[in-house]
Design a protein. Structure first.
Length: 104
């Protein structure tokens, strides 16, 4: 997820990231032995830079925007654990190769 501060505050991005890491640890998805693993990484900017924070779920290539704490929890439980993308937060250009806009 982005952490450059152009599309949302860094404080919000950090809190969302921290919650996702916490949920990952609580569900033991960071365990080496786990058949399903999840890694949360902060990026600088994902080149959208509006309505952030922006988050991408790989390998599904689903882009999310407006990811606050409530959205992050829904994305974790519904998409990452149940494989159901949370359409309410999916970026409209998620199925293109890369949403346009923003800075490089
Ligand atoms: S800072 Fe969030 S996409 Fe650029």
């Amino acid at each position: 997820m982005c952490f450059n501060g152009n599309c949302a505050s860094r404080e919000l991005a950090q809190s969302v990231y921290d919650r996702l890491v916490q949920l990952t640890e609580e569900h033991h998805l960071n365990d080496f032995e786990s058949p399903t693993s999840l890694k949360c990484k902060l990026a600088g900017c994902l080149n959208i830079c509006v309505n952030g924070p922006t988050l991408i779920v790989h390998p599904d290539r689903v882009w999310y925007h407006r990811v606050d704490l409530a959205a992050a929890e829904r994305i974790f439980y519904e998409h990452l654990l149940a494989n159901q993308p949370v359409t309410e937060y999916v970026h409209p250009l998620t199925h293109t190769s890369r949403p346009p806009g923003g800075s490089a």
